[in-house]
Design a protein around this ligand. Sequence first.
Ligand SMILES: [Zn+2]
Length: 592
Amino acid sequence: MTEAIDRRPIPETQTTVTLEYRVAMPQPESHLFEVTLRVGGWSEDRLDLKFPVWTPGSYLIREYAKHLQDFGAEDLEARSLVWRKVSKNHWQVETAGIADIVVRYRIFANELTVRTNHLDGTHGYFNGAALFFFVPGFDRQPMRVQIVPPHADWRIAAALPEVAPQTFQAADFDELVDSPFEIGIHRRYDFHAAGKPHSLVVWGSGNLPAEKAIADIERIIEVEAELFGGLPYDRYLFLLHLSGNGFGGLEHKTSCTLNYPRLGFRHPDKYNRFMQLVAHEFFHLWNVKRIRPKELEVFDYEGENYTPSLWFCEGTTSYYDTILPYRAQVYDLPAFLSILGKDLSRFLTTPGRRVQPLDESSWDAWIKLYRRDANSDNSQISYYLKGEMVSFLLELLIRRHSDNRRSLDDVLRQLWKRFGRDEVGFSADELKGILETVANTNLDDFYRRYIFGTEELPFDEYLEPFGLKLKAQTDDRLPFLGMRTVTNNGRTIVEFVEAGSPAQKAGLDAGDELLAIDGIRVSGEQLNERLADYRAGDRIAVGIFHQDELRTLRVTLAPPRPSTYRLVRVDRPTATQAQLFEGWLGVSLSSL
Ligand SMILES: [Zn+2]
């Protein structure tokens, strides 16, 4: 990795250099954080400052320096120092023997996501990678952050220890980046789970039932602590942002940030989705934050860290976010099977699963998963989704091979003991080795077909020993057209056209405006109802605007296709099937 080459060896003078950041926000409505970095004990003629281009957990070059303005450097008497920009994220200050340097800049913060910064009249939220320079060669030493809130009633929530009033200390730059801050007016709930203190800090209004949610979060913490044999931290912070329709999570070692729709808690399905998000980000404190691929062992904040193993980091975590809330009794068996069924449906109706192998999906996260376009579903499969499906198969395989004496849990426990506890990165081969040891079988063929290859996943073959099968659901009235639409300003816009579908063969494109079928106006909501008036083989005239051209396309409809899949019991389960099922899910197969 370039990291080791790029950063200079730590000089012997390191211990005498001090780094202190100060974050003020005197006018939060301007969305500008005012940041000062004071470097003390400097002995070289030049000070290099670099700004991260991405943050761990979100595998996309985000060019955080694009939000930086008003850069300046001075000595303690406020005399300006000469500086220059060397590259997009690299500043150089001529220090000319001056030991104490003050660097000032402002960061525009108006993007409310878990991996960016947001500052307004109600709060400030930031991620270290999007706010702080690092000094190459001096990023492995303790550093302090002082927060200056703009109002007396603004409070600070942070995962870092507070070592002086409003001053926090990170062991190194990695820890600083891994510890987001929430400053402002928020609700704070402190609670204990599995013997450790936890806090839930909530910014924004909404219908979160705090008491019930905390009780459920406690059970999720306990179930995960039990899986791994304890909690590897002193305290943990859940930061929750409630907003209009935001959705996301970002994991850290001792905290996570969650963004969720403020009114998304009343309906049980939506509440369960929130609990999956909690279980997911919390599971990451082991899987990916401590148990991590070799390629993510040392973060290169200036470029991509390519790894073929994100399918395990994210996909296995996604499998666990479906089953852990069930184990924690947050939801029941029908809810669990329905959630798994929805994920199976999403997977089996994404044509890109036949095009992009899972390891390649992991590798290309940087240019594909976070940069979706109209062709994505035709050419890609998310390493979250297929990783979840492959983890599900591995769970069934391990349980079947061991008569339920072992499970995917043992894989996680072995990875924790061998790699996670000491934070040694695992290679893709070492991961496969542990999977093979626990499964007690060679997985060359499994990997060749389903991880390096694009063969259809054999769900029924793996489900059958557990007395289950997949049931495809097809609306027989509905001939297949092969496109999705969205409504935009009252207009029906084609959002996706499936490769090889009747719609694509006829020339329909993403971006086209749908106007009419056989001369009668049709909206996105009416589309399926209109198609139900036809049969496979019928030729229909589809009126569209293609850019600004009015066109009529002739489409020959194809036979109906399954749109959803469900997990159901096989017709006459045997005692062995019932036993395996009960060993996996803890309840009788006959309860299905
Ligand atoms: Zn994740």
